[in-house]
Design a protein around this ligand. Structure first.
Ligand code: AKB
Length: 332
């Protein structure tokens, strides 16, 4: 009996260590909590640690491990990775496009200096590292319709510049030091349970909340501004899929992913199918409009589809129906 229980003890602990031990930085932004939920289902609740510099709301704190981590503090980061035997790191800390322009020194510190800390820790401890990039890594001289993985990248925001830097540094660490770096360029992400903060594509989330609350929405982009977009579930699925893909399947380390492209007026038309009385007005924010006008209108993600089988599930009408199902258009 003694031997039997020893064997089963060992087999349990072996199968537990087969799972990656995950750390998510910037975990209280738009994507971290949803990603933690998905990863905890797959790898077990205690194998996924959310981290941020902010205090988590109760529902986040009680749903699994949460820890304070400041990516600008190298020793704090190293301590967390070592003490928790981290093997996979998802690096979500960043200032987005619009807010980055409002505070360039902070964006530079978080998005560039912070990334350097992450790269060094990941290389030092042989972590598999995911860093999100963005449609914002392209600029006015990139082909906009459609934008391939490899083309001119001369973005005009600190956010875009820092993301091109992240793509290049991650790939450099991969070829130079063997770092298992994986990166996806996200479109604008639409989510119901979490709010984006400080992005150019934020209008596409705000419209749902305002439509439900007041039946009125004032858009800060022109009606015909077409940008690539994606529902959060597709984004999180792509992120897990690329992290689980065998290294041999990856012909590159930074991939575009896409689901759909739409403009504010096309989104408003779809929202009106659920809330016909919605009134949309336009009060264009020149700074955000300039950013949007420099970004891709359509995103070519054929390499991701070919290499690791990327496929989106949500188109515009499914996205809008799902948002109203979750937010409840009846709550007006
Ligand atoms: C932003 O608008 O800044 C982000 C993005 C597209 O990267 N949502």
């Amino acid at each position: 009996r003694q031997v039997t229980s020893d064997v089963s003890f060992h087999s349990v602990s072996f199968s537990e260590t087969d799972h990656p031990r995950v750390l998510i930085t910037g975990g209280l932004g738009q994507l971290g909590v949803g990603l933690a939920k998905l990863l905890r289902k797959r790898f077990g609740k205690n194998n996924v640690i959310l981290s941020d510099i902010r205090k988590p709301p109760d529902h986040v704190f009680y749903n699994g491990p949460f820890i304070y981590s400041d990516i600008l503090d190298y020793k704090n980061l190293r301590e967390i990775v070592v003490n928790n035997r981290i093997t996979w790191l998802f690096h979500y800390s960043a200032l987005l496009s619009a807010i980055g322009e409002a505070n360039v020194p902070l964006a530079r510190a978080v998005n560039i200096t912070g990334l350097h800390n992450i790269l060094d820790i990941a290389a030092e401890h042989s972590l598999r590292l995911f860093v999100p990039s963005t449609i914002g890594a392209f600029g006015p001289t990139s082909p906009r319709n459609s934008t391939p993985d490899l083309c001119i990248q001369r973005p005009r925001t600190i956010y875009g510049v820092s993301k091109v830097h992240a793509e290049l540094m991650g790939e450099y660490y991969h070829y130079r030091y063997g770092l298992d770096f994986r990166c996806l360029r996200y479109p604008g992400i639409i989510s119901a349970d979490s709010q984006p903060g400080g992005g150019t594509t934020d209008y596409a989330v705000q419209i749902f909340h305002d439509a439900i609350k007041s039946g009125k929405f004032q858009c800060n982009l022109k009606p015909d501004t077409c940008l690539p977009m994606m529902y959060i579930d597709d984004c999180l699925k792509a992120t897990l899929d690329v992290m689980e893909a065998p290294a041999a399947a990856l012909s590159m380390r930074t991939y575009n992913i896409n689901a759909m492209s739409f403009s504010p007026e096309e989104l408003a038309q779809e929202v009106k199918k659920h809330i016909p009385e919605l009134q949309v007005t336009y009060n264009v924010d020149a700074a955000r409009q300039a950013i949007a006008d420099s970004w891709p209108m359509n995103f070519d993600d054929s390499n991701a589809r070919r290499d690791w089988g990327w496929k989106h599930d949500f188109d515009l009408s499914e996205l809008v129906t799902t948002m109203f199902n979750i937010l409840g258009s009846d709550s007006r």
